[in-house]
Design a binder for this molecule. Structure first.
Ligand code: THU
Length: 130
């Protein structure tokens, strides 16, 4: 399954709209109940309005009924083992678990697998409110 996620992430990267950074990224996630969703980064001439590949994939999952993220693969053809940005770590945490596997890839396959807990320790949680 992890190899399939890599393939899906590479296919998604081919759809990236990244004319400004010229840094196409693809992501593909597997839900705990076995569905897969993928996404690419989508940039904008107003630079801060662009968003990441992981965010696109999460949006597809949510629009298809939501779920829990069991695994995600991320690939960028210009960087070996690209890692999710800080904002995407928090977004992944919303739908993932500390043991959610994050596969860091290159074009050939998975280079390293870490967990979301590794990437976002002491993640923000909204505690008791007064
Ligand atoms: N990018 C992603 O799509 N995912 C990440 O986790 C890191 C960064 C995109 C955002 C932007 O379009 C480009 O990579 C350069 O930062």
């Amino acid at each position: 399954m992890a190899a399939n996620l890599h393939r899906l992430a590479v296919s998604a990267m081919a759809k990236a709209h990244a004319p400004y950074s010229k840094f196409p990224v693809g992501a593909a996630l597997l839900t705990a109940d076995g569905r897969t969703y993928s996404g690419c980064n989508i940039e904008n001439v107003s630079y801060p309005e662009g968003w990441c590949a992981e965010t696109t994939a999460i949006g597809h999952m949510v629009m298809d009924g939501g779920g829990e993220i069991a695994e995600i693969a991320v690939v960028a053809r210009r960087q070996v083992a690209v890692t999710p940005c800080g904002g995407c770590r928090q977004r992944l945490k919303e739908f993932g678990r500390p043991d959610t596997k994050v596969h860091l890839c290159d074009m050939n396959g998975i280079v390293e697998t870490v967990t979301l807990g590794d990437l976002l320790p002491k993640a923000f949680e909204m505690g008791e409110r007064t």
